[in-house]
Design a protein around this ligand. Structure first.
Ligand code: FAD
Length: 288
């Protein structure tokens, strides 16, 4: 099913997951345990990430995993696709492979610019990839958005105007970067609507389950911590199980508030951790 149809069909909010391919030295089968557990949670779709910084162009397991999600688990998959270090030919090869495997949904991304890889210039922005995909197949295309402004943008206004270009190019669904402060998401959503961005915007939620997680999220994703969250860290930072439980509770609290405030959907970054996904699902399943 195409994601755009899912939003039209559902009169309630969408609940979806993200997984990532196993590391290069692990076999594809290591994802089975994760998917086996996630399937019972009945997500509306599962998205599969694509490399990092374009490092995996032409060498990604994304299509293979998306196909397993569709064929073995009967769940709608969304394949991520980055373009920052891909040529048109490499993008064509990935699109052909997705078409052949019957994958209908793509999350089109620029990707992070890696300092150590010479940059290809066929695609400069995700909006160019969105337009290309729309002209080269019958795909639904989603895009990413940033409640706390993308790191390369000079301001929220500039970032939202660029986001509008992505939507005008054909992205009919957006998934947000993770955030811990719901008020930042509401502020962003209001501004996006004023700018004429009227497609569904799912909120990306990443439960914090360990200390290294947090450092990564704050430095890589620019997510700001709330005073409430900092208190949790101060109290439970050195106690892994307590921090995991507090991280799950914090995510649940965020989701309840978002759903009550009419969010279009919740996209849970599962980090391939079915235990955490299940705990969260069990606490919020009746909201959806
Ligand atoms: P863009 O939409 O191109 O935006 C990047 C920057 O360029 C922004 O600052 C924007 O304001 C600016 N910009 C956009 N269009 C224009 C324009 N026309 N003119 C001038 N400036 C412009 N990375 C991976 O490597 N693999 C993944 O699987 C992956 N999945 C992700 C999933 C989600 C939900 C999110 C939020 C991010 C994901 N990322 C992934 C990270 C993403 O690739 C990076 O955040 C990247 O730096 C930006 O990608 P984008 O598609 O948002 O880029």
């Amino acid at each position: 099913m195409k994601i755009s149809e899912l939003f039209k069909e559902k009169d309630k909010q969408v609940f979806s997951f993200e997984v990532f391919p196993p590391k290069k030295d692990s076999g594809i089968e290591t994802i089975y345990n994760t998917l086996e557990e996630l399937k019972d949670l009945k997500p509306d779709f599962i998205s599969v990430t694509y490399g990092a910084g374009g490092r995996e162009a032409g060498n990604s397991k994304t299509c293979e995993i998306a196909t397993i999600i569709k064929d073995k688990y009967n769940i709608t998959p969304v394949a991520h696709l980055t373009c920052v270090n891909s040529s048109v030919d490499e993008v064509d090869a990935e699109l052909n492979s997705l078409k052949e495997h019957g994958i209908e949904n793509i999350l089109a991304l620029r990707g992070d610019i890696a300092k150590d890889i010479p940059r290809k210039t066929d695609f400069r922005y995700a909006s160019e990839l969105v337009e290309y995909i729309k002209n080269h197949g019958d795909f639904h295309v989603s895009g990413a958005c940033y409640p706390e402004v993308h790191a390369d943008a000079n301001s929220m206004v500039e970032d939202i105007l660029n986001l509008k270009k992505k939507v005008d190019a054909g992205a009919t669904h957006l998934i947000s970067q993770l955030f811990f402060d719901n008020s930042k998401f509401y502020d962003f959503r209001d501004k996006a609507r004023i700018a004429g961005i009227n497609v569904p915007i799912e909120a990306g939620i990443m439960p914090v389950i360990n200390k290294s997680n947090i450092e990564r999220m704050v430095t890589m994703c620019g997510a700001s911590l709330t005073p409430k969250f900092v208190k949790v860290l101060q109290k439970y930072g050195d106690s892994p199980e307590a921090l995991r439980d507090a991280g799950i509770a914090y995510a649940v609290d965020q989701i309840i508030d978002l759903v009550s405030n009419g969010v279009d959907g919740i996209h849970l970054y599962t980090m391939n951790n079915p235990y955490v996904a299940r705990k969260i699902y069990e606490s919020v399943k009746n909201l959806f």
